[in-house]
Ligand binder design. Structure first.
Ligand SMILES: Nc1ncnc2c1ncn2[C@@H]1O[C@H](COP(=O)(O)OP(=O)(O)O)[C@@H](O)[C@H]1O
Ligand SMILES: [Mg+2]
Length: 213
């Protein structure tokens, strides 16, 4: 499966989601290729740490920018799963990747600045579906508040906002704001390799919903 982790906002949790999914799939025994299509190279830096620490399971990382259509097609034939981390803006990589992808996972925080970019995503998706009619687009509520007094209201607001964009389906899985996600990155790790069971469970739920559905 080819999965683009993309949206039109920086800092939404794309790289964090990408690397966690890549490790989760590899832990299941899949042959995984992580494609870093963001010139900021965050996934590549994460991968360098993972490689230096000789962490297992090993995954493959490829850097590719601009038009990534052909690269993804080729990688899709060779690997069980291809996870693509793109830049947070209306990027050529998001568009050229999405025309051959099975799914876009679009992380968004429940903040006006993040959710305001959904209209742009929906427009892009409408155009891409002319070429790739089966493309699924799933919004992932990222960095959600764990504070019990705002947790439910925040989730409701997120879902109400998403309801305005029928081309984008909200995932039931939610990623909460947890230090464990931040701490894993500089060590080249996933939260599945750390000691925060709640963060690990969130990634497992996301995995089930995207890959076992
Ligand atoms: N669930 C989370 N909990 C806490 N911090 C997070 C979480 N997801 C991402 N972050 C942090 O937020 C920042 C932006 O995340 P990143 O994955 O780099 O987003 P993007 O790739 O969309 O720009 C990083 O500092 C990252 O460590
Ligand atoms: Mg990133």
């Amino acid at each position: 499966m080819i999965v683009i982790v993309g949206c039109n906002k920086g800092g939404a949790g794309k790289t964090t989601t990408s690397v966690n999914l890549a490790v989760a799939l590899a832990q299941r025994g899949s042959d995984v290729c992580l494609v870093d299509a963001d010139p900021q190279r965050s996934a590549t830096r994460w991968y360098a740490e993972r490689e230096a620490a000789e962490l297992r399971p090993a995954i493959t990382l490829i850097e590719k920018r601009d038009n990534i259509t052909q690269t993804l097609k080729t990688l899709g034939d060779k690997f069980d799963h291809v996870i693509v981390d793109v830049a947070g803006r209306n990027s050529r990589e998001l568009i050229t990747g999405a025309v051959v992808a099975d799914v876009i996972i679009a992380p968004h925080q429940c903040s006006q600045l993040d959710l305001d970019t959904l209209g742009e995503l929906q427009e892009q998706v409408t155009r891409i579906r002319d070429l790739n009619p089966n493309l699924k687009v799933l919004a992932y509520h990222s960095m959600a508040s764990t504070n019990p007094s705002v947790r439910e209201t925040e989730r409701r607001e997120f879902l109400e906002y998403l309801a305005e964009f029928p081309e984008i389906q909200p995932l039931a899985a939610v990623g909460f704001y947890r230090k464990a996600y931040k701490d894993a990155i500089p060590n080249g790790k996933s939260v599945l390799e750390g000691d925060n069971a709640l963060a690990a469970l969130e990634i497992e739920q996301l995995m089930k919903e995207v890959f076992d559905a």
